[in-house]
Design a binder for this molecule. Structure first.
Ligand code: NAP
Length: 268
């Protein structure tokens, strides 16, 4: 896809899963790729598989100065930014009644504030290049998931933030894409926080049966090349968003039944 040739693309959360697959997708199409995440050594090992022009930046996106550093290092290296993919993210699995408040705070800090900080510092450069900003949200940004209150809240918030930004810059040539994967095979459920804030360390789903991170990244690349503003993935994800819009209370009951069948359901 020629669209990405020589474009400067930042991917947060590029050390694993969807972010890594997206970085490789952009790199293989000739982009200059900035990989940002906390695991610097892992990214340095992975960088040759991403492309020839790769910059790795160690950053915790919940820290404002780290996000500014991602943007500053990108500008120092290439002098422009064409695409920012806010992909770094964290999930959780605990009922509100059982959960330590630090869990919801951490989810908001990483998923919401991480997106806000990176977008704010990249914005002047994206406006100059008439570039694009992406928020990797979730179906949980449209229809809430029980035992993921912090996750759903943070993803709804990212959607609200980016939808607002799109309208603010409607006449300025800025592309704003809200990208909502459905269940995708990755490390996200292993890393998800439990009630006391420790990682779950396992997944309740059969990861092999889910959409692959590579397929998800291909769809993201296509959406960027068409400057789309919203993409909702997977048949289950599309059906959930559609049902939630038309029949919200029925969808609540269906979601309850769906999550009740999960391995180690939070309702038990
Ligand atoms: N997989 C799914 O089913 C699914 C569905 C819908 C949406 N999503 C969204 O897709 C995005 C990518 O998730 P994934 O599924 O690919 O999960 P993943 O394999 O766990 O990858 C998450 C990435 O985010 C990075 N990250 C986590 N906390 C960070 C922090 N504080 N600062 C910087 N980077 C951080 C991780 O790197 P380090 O640990 O090295 O920092 C890692 O590179 C997330 O926003 C997630 O919510 C996933």
């Amino acid at each position: 896809m020629d669209f990405f040739k020589d474009k400067v693309v930042i991917v947060t959360g590029a050390s694993s899963g969807i972010g890594l697959a997206a970085a490789r997708r952009f790199g293989s199409a000739g982009a200059k790729v900035v990989m940002a995440a906390r695991s610097l050594d892992k990214m340095l090992d992975l960088a040759p598989s991403v492309g020839e022009d790769v910059l790795c930046v160690k950053a915790d996106v919940s820290v404002e100065s780290d996000c500014r550093e991602i943007i500053d290092q990108t500008i120092a290296r290439w002098g422009r930014i064409d695409i920012l993919v806010n992909n770094a993210g964290l999930s959780m699995r605990a009922m509100v009644r059982d959960m330590d408040l630090s869990v919801i705070r951490r989810l908001m800090d990483v998923n919401f504030w991480g997106t806000v900080y990176c977008t704010k510092y990249a914005l002047p450069h994206l406006l100059a290049s008439k570039g694009q900003v992406v928020g990797v949200v979730s179906i949980a940004a449209y229809s809430a998931l029980p035992a993921r209150s912090g996750y759903s809240s943070s993803k709804y918030a990212v959607r609200g933030f980016l939808d607002t930004l799109r309208i603010e810059h409607l006449k300025d040539g800025l592309g704003v894409l809200v990208f909502a994967p459905g269940y995708t095979s990755s490390n996200v459920r292993n890393a998800a926080l439990t009630a006391d804030g420790t990682p779950q360390g396992e997944t309740p789903l059969e990861e092999g049966k889910l959409m692959s991170a590579e397929e998800c990244a291909d769809i993201l690349a296509r959406a960027l090349s068409k400057r789309r503003s919203e993409v909702i993935l997977t048949p289950l994800g599309k059906a959930t968003v559609f049902m939630h819009r038309l029949f919200p209370r029925l969808t609540d009951r269906m979601t309850y039944s769906f999550i009740a069948k999960e391995k180690d359901s939070p309702f038990k």
